[in-house]
Design a protein around this ligand. Structure first.
Ligand code: PEP
Ligand code: MN
Ligand code: NA
Length: 628
């Protein structure tokens, strides 16, 4: 290994940052940017993050000392953290796509002129890191050997973000070597906006009431301010790998999608890879590591949130997971619902945010076990008991509220998933046989249906509807349209995005394209009970999908697509009420006719850039429902 000569950073504008100490890069643009940011934000010191084990130990020690992390005793090298109660989720109303032309942000995004946004945020960043350490985090989304490697550098002023980025992405000096070699990279700037006056004590979760999550797709840059929460602050994830990457993918002819990736092996040993898009907190993590109940089938995990899909030399779409960790929704994750996630967590090296603490140094959240422990420290650090009273029967402040925040999270290395597919770490990814779209709907949408062709599949994706969840701030349980589950993550105009999907379909032979399906695990009966048992039983739906790919499974052709009859599903070993199954699979024309005005309204809202081929799909659906 040749000795590395580290370049001192020089700035001319403000003499204070004449040197930042030795920097492990020669790249002039990177050195200039780091110096400019330090010059503006005025941290006490600048630290280049190298991804080493020693650095992890120092970061976690400091977070424990600061009172941000509680070291858990139930799991090795694991930590529990509670956020400021006002900083618990992505803030979609504070998220901006700052394209030079307003039209390019489209009707689904907040837009501010990039020059105006930079002026506003520069004023906020001025001195915003005073009293803090400014970390420079070089990272790679996806494999280091991917062609091309997708690099970024995040500047942040909290150890929490550095520790979490180290779990969620490939962090290290190798990114700087690639940048030194001339590879392009994304500038990702983050500050919690909580400067400290000299001698001022810090709080465990610094943040600011004012929040901006801004994207500059034309220059591939991200500016985030005011929040420490995952999707707002771990900028490699939603901001880069979805919003910025979707704009790059449009320009370069590939897809950056909000999808899990899984490998499915049939009892005959045949392998298919599936990608599936569901809105946040609709079970992507559970499906990605599903433990099948149907004998002979195996599911292995490749990713649980993001898929990048590019054409391979064979003309098929190949998907890879740009992430290196899981940032999963904790509530609802338990030994019964997702044993593989529980096993991943049990290995340790995990950061839990806004979960409850058990008296024996472990964590708990709603749905982890059927019975809650007799006493917990809730996510607000208050005493919590199942009946909401203390030992003397007096009501607790926490009475009536969940012990864990509904959007509490576990952040864990993907390598700990016991059913990880070895290909998760392949630079090329895996060829995709089927794409699934899904949402959370109590009515109307059957358990599974198959699109007639690619264009119909794009129509199904374009019109995904789902009841909102706690993953974003705002009302929960409202039905909203969520194209390809990308509504909060589109880096450009929604209609242009749908046109891009159609162009992907036209770029290869139809036989080589993934087949498209739509699923809904969440249909209910009149009393609110789920019609389909879900979780491991969803393998029966995956088996039917494979049967369709291989031409062995039957289906009923309906107005909305091909739907299995009860006899087309493998139901061995499960005792289902036939009426409930029929209700889960039913295509009710009255329900669908009621959907039509909502679909028209949705396309009207997206405006004139909605491709004519999709308007045509809507008219054809209306015609089929008329005839039926
Ligand atoms: C996040 O907000 O960091 C995140 C992972 O988002 P979601 O689970 O809501 O998609
Ligand atoms: Mn997600
Ligand atoms: Na979220």
């Amino acid at each position: 290994e040749p000795e590395r000569s580290w370049t001192p950073v020089r700035v001319t504008a403000r003499p204070r940052w004449a040197t930042l100490g030795p920097a492990p890069t020669h790249d002039p643009a990177l050195l200039r940017w780091v110096a400019e940011v330090a010059d503006l934000t005025r941290p006490d010191r600048v630290v280049w993050v190298d991804g080493s084990d020693r650095e992890w130990a120092e970061l976690t020690d400091r977070l424990v000392e600061a009172g941000t992390f509680t070291r858990l005793t139930a799991y090795p090298d694991s930590y529990r953290c509670v956020s400021d109660p006002g900083d618990v989720a992505r803030v979609e109303d504070r998220t901006f796509i700052c394209s030079p032309d307003r039209r390019d942000a489209g009707p689904t995004n907040n837009w501010v002129d990039p020059v105006a946004m930079k002026a506003t945020m520069t004023a906020l960043y001025d001195g915003s890191m005073r009293g803090r350490t400014m970390f420079v985090v070089p990272f790679c989304m996806g494999h280091w050997d991917a062609q091309p490697p997708m690099l970024g550098v995040e500047i942040t002023d909290t150890e929490y973000v550095v520790a979490s980025m180290r779990i969620m992405t490939r962090v290290g000096l190798r990114a700087l070597e690639l940048i030194d070699g001339g590879a392009p990279w994304v500038k990702a700037l983050h500050s919690v906006g909580a400067p400290l006056a000299p001698g001022e004590a810090d709080v465990p979760w610094p943040c600011n009431e004012v929040k901006y999550i801004s994207h500059f797709p034309a220059e591939r840059a991200i500016w985030s301010y005011g929040s420490g929460y995952g999707g707002n602050a771990l900028l490699g994830k939603k901001c880069y790998a979805l919003r910025i990457a979707s704009a790059i993918a449009r320009d370069e002819g590939w897809l950056a999608e909000h999808m899990l990736i899984l490998k499915l092996t049939s009892p005959q040993g045949r392998v298919h890879h599936l990608a599936a898009a569901f809105p946040s907190a609709c079970g992507k993590t559970n499906l990605a590591m599903l433990a099948p109940t149907v004998p002979g089938w195996t599911v292995e995990t490749l990713g649980d949130d993001i898929a990048w899909m590019r054409f391979g030399p064979d003309g098929r779409l190949w998907a890879s997971n740009p992430e290196y960790g899981l940032f999963g929704v904790a509530p609802g994750t338990g030994w019964r619902t997702n044993p593989n996630a529980m096993r991943a967590i049990a290995q340790g090296h995990t950061v839990f945010t806004n979960v409850a603490l058990t008296d024996d140094g472990g964590v708990w959240w709603e749905g982890m076990t059927d019975e809650p422990p007799a006493h917990l420290t809730d996510w607000r650090d208050r005493d919590w008991t199942p009946d909401g009273t203390d030992a003397d029967g007096r009501p607790l402040d926490s009475a009536g509220s969940p012990a864990a925040h509904p959007n509490s999270r576990f952040c864990t290395p993907i390598r700990q998933v016991p059913v990880l597919a070895p290909e998760y770490d392949s630079p090329e990814g895996v060829p995709i046989s089927a794409i699934l779209f899904g949402g959370r709907r109590r009515t109307t949408v059957p358990l599974v249906l198959q699109a007639r062709d690619w264009t119909h599949g794009v129509f199904l994706g374009a019109t995904i509807s789902s009841e909102t969840t706690a993953a974003a701030t705002g009302q929960v349980g409202v039905v909203r349209r969520d194209p390809m589950a990308m509504l909060p993550f589109l880096g450009y105009d929604a209609g242009d995005y749908l046109a891009h999907w159609l162009s992907i379909g036209a770029a290869t032979a139809p036989d080589l394209l993934p087949r498209v399906f739509h699923v809904n695990w969440f249909r209910r009966d009149a009393d609110g009970g789920f019609l389909w048992p879900g979780f491991g039983e969803n393998a029966r739906v995956l088996a039917w999908i494979v049967g369709r790919l291989e031409g062995t499974a039957g289906a009923v052709d309906t107005a909305v697509g091909a739907v299995p009859g009860p006899a087309d599903l493998d139901l061995t070993g499960i005792d289902l009420d036939p009426d409930r199954l029929a209700a889960a699979l039913a295509v009710d024309h009255d329900e669908w006719r009621a959907e039509l005005p909502l679909l028209r309204e949705w396309f009207d809202r997206l405006g004139p850039s909605v491709p004519a081929a999709l308007q045509q799909q809507l008219r054809a659906l209306a015609d089929r429902l008329e005839d039926g």
